[in-house]
Design a protein around this ligand. Structure first.
Ligand code: ADP
Ligand code: ASP
Ligand code: MG
Length: 450
């Protein structure tokens, strides 16, 4: 094994078309230490597949299938290989067949099987792009390595088995041949395909980095690094040159889509630095995520997570009684619901549920049974169209004047719930979806200027 091993992950826009694939290939070929490449599906494909997995009527199904073919054929048409054309055609037929099945009955397992074709197709095409450039490259089905539990839609990896498999099936070969494989997908014990949740290819790259003891994980995307907030919302946002694992993990957890929330766990465990940069503009640099940074600032970034559900439970029985919270949590745990934020008063509890992340869109977290169980002990109010805004920083709960700097920017807005103090790294609150972007802009201006 060479001393240095880089794993490079390219997101959807970096493999969206023939032109982008060649840009990404240039990046791979510019560094001999890049031996393993992890890809997302071409941009737009996963959304189309998710839509098919929801079960569509015939006409809409045909439309979605045509869109998928169109995106992939725009790449195939530049390639001379008949073999890859046939392979993609077989996959497109499988997608059509599975979409017919989904129109009859949807399921989480079926959704994961269907969406996995996005990454299977993009990797086949990328391998061919490299072959036509005379690169010695091998396509690899990551499901031979990426073992997970059977929580379809947001499966959890089995880190020990992944390491064993990667050591056996990948490590001996990466020295000799460049390997291209799929992000996002895995397999459970019965051999059925699973997915790691939306945006999960970043996580795959980090898990493989850990398993293979990589020296660096490169995440190539459509922005030149991690910014002080989403540059789509605030174009003046500033790039962060260097950030700690903890801060970046906090940003990802609270909605900075540039990284899947779990990506930094393997990197942190194994102390592998992560680089985030733009595949369109690799020379402009990016963000380095590592263990420790010099002079971590009080305020680091503002993150936004849409599609939150706010549940308020109200009961006079809570007054001077014990165990009410325990009962509520017992019910939620039984229904497999993880609570995100929580605030309490003498007679009410407000909590949020995060509805983002899973590949499967088919089930509402709050099912009838759960609501009726909760309603039997208290009054329940559910609000949708809520967004969570988080200020990420360092020693936030220990510094003076934090509240003033943050809240003076928020004067015109109605804040629904504020969580501060539990974590040194964040202060977060809820606002209506309608206000969310304006809140991020106002906060960013106050905290970072611009
Ligand atoms: P990929 O398909 O390459 O994984 P994503 O769309 O998942 O790309 O992530 C990149 C996007 O993340 C950017 O286009 C940007 O809009 C968004 N984003 C959100 N927060 C941030 C942030 N703080 N810094 C940079 N990008 C961010
Ligand atoms: N293709 C998957 C998605 O769109 C995984 C990824 O891009 O990371 O969510
Ligand atoms: Mg992503």
């Amino acid at each position: 094994m060479s001393q240095t091993l880089i794993i490079s992950k390219f997101g959807g826009t970096s493999v969206a078309d023939f032109y982008s694939m060649n840009h990404s290939a240039d990046i791979v070929l510019s560094n001999n230490n890049t031996r393993l490449v992890v890809l997302s599906a071409s941009a737009g494909i996963t959304n189309l597949l998710v839509s098919l997995s929801e079960g569509q009527e015939q006409r809409h199904r045909s439309y979605l299938l045509n869109e998928i073919s169109r995106i992939q054929y725009a790449i195939i048409d530049f390639l001379s290989s008949k073999i890859v054309r046939n392979e993609i055609n077989v996959m497109l037929e499988n997608i059509a067949m599975l979409s017919d099945a989904a129109a009859l009955a949807t399921s989480q397992a079926l959704t994961d099987e269907l969406v996995s074709y996005g990454e299977l197709m993009s990797t086949l095409l990328f391998v061919e792009v490299l072959r036509e450039r005379e690169v010695n490259v091998q396509w690899f089905d990551i499901r031979k390595v990426m073992y997970t539990n059977e929580r379809f839609g947001s499966a959890e990896p089995d880190v020990v088995r992944i390491k064993e498999n990667a050591t056996r099936l990948l490590l001996p070969y990466i020295e000799q041949v460049l390997i291209v494989t799929q992000g996002f997908i895995g397999t459970e014990s019965k051999g059925r395909t699973t997915t790691l949740g939306r945006g999960g290819s970043d996580y795959t790259a980090a898990l493989l980095g850990e398993a293979l003891k990589a020296t660096r994980i490169d995440i190539w995307t459509d922005v030149a690094g991690i910014y002080t907030t989403d540059p789509r919302i605030v174009p003046e946002a500033k790039r962060i040159q260097e950030i700690s694992f903890e801060e970046a993990a906090e940003m990802a957890t609270f909605g900075a889509k540039v990284l899947h929330p779990a990506t930094l766990l393997p990197a942190l465990r194994s102390d592998i630095p992560v680089f985030v940069g733009s595949s369109k503009d690799p020379v402009s640099g990016g963000t380095r995520i590592c263990n420790k940074t010099k002079n971590p600032p009080l305020f680091r970034a503002v993150a936004l997570r849409r599609h939150q559900t706010l549940v308020t439970l109200h009961s006079l029985n809570m007054l001077h009684t014990r165990g009410f919270l325990a009962q509520v949590f017992e019910i939620l745990a039984r229904h497999n619901i993880s609570v995100d934020l929580i605030t309490t008063s003498e007679v009410s509890i407000a909590l949020t549920l995060d509805t983002t992340g899973s590949t499967f869109t088919g089930i509402s977290l709050l099912n009838e049974e759960l609501l009726s169980e909760l309603s039997s002990m208290c009054h329940v109010a559910v609000e949708e169209h809520i967004a969570l805004v988080a200020i990420i920083g360092n020693k936030l709960s220990k510094a003076c004047g934090v509240g003033k700097e943050i809240f003076e920017a928020l004067e015109p807005f109605n804040l629904r719930m504020i969580c501060y103090g539990a974590s040194n790294y964040n202060l977060c609150f809820l606002v209506s979806t309608h206000d969310a972007e304006a809140v991020v802009r106002a906060l960013h201006k106050n905290l970072f200027g611009g």
